[in-house]
Design a protein around this ligand. Structure first.
Ligand SMILES: [Zn+2]
Length: 86
């Protein structure tokens, strides 16, 4: 499957997974061999990251970065920090 064929939703899911990996979260490490997307739905960490990404969708700064970088997963400083749990 090419990048173009991926849905927006899949890209966001990948971005969230990447965010968790960046955090080097022990939960994530534990879940890597399981079905991460299923299990992460129940984790506070995931909810917090979700909230950051949801907020980022309505954020002008994120929007600017996304169109500038052509990267659907781009986040502004504020929301990147939020997604990382800072
Ligand atoms: Zn933002």
């Amino acid at each position: 499957m090419s990048d173009e064929e991926k849905s927006e939703r899949q890209k966001r899911t990948e971005a969230r997974a990447a965010a968790h990996k960046l955090k080097n979260d022990p939960f994530w490490t534990q879940l890597e061999s399981a079905d991460p997307m299923e299990k992460l739905l129940n984790l506070d960490q995931e909810i917090r990251t979700d909230e950051a990404f949801d907020a980022a969708e309505k954020c002008e700064e994120c929007e600017k970065l996304r169109s500038f970088s052509k990267d659907e997963t781009a986040l502004c400083e504020t929301h990147f920090a939020k997604a990382m749990g800072f």
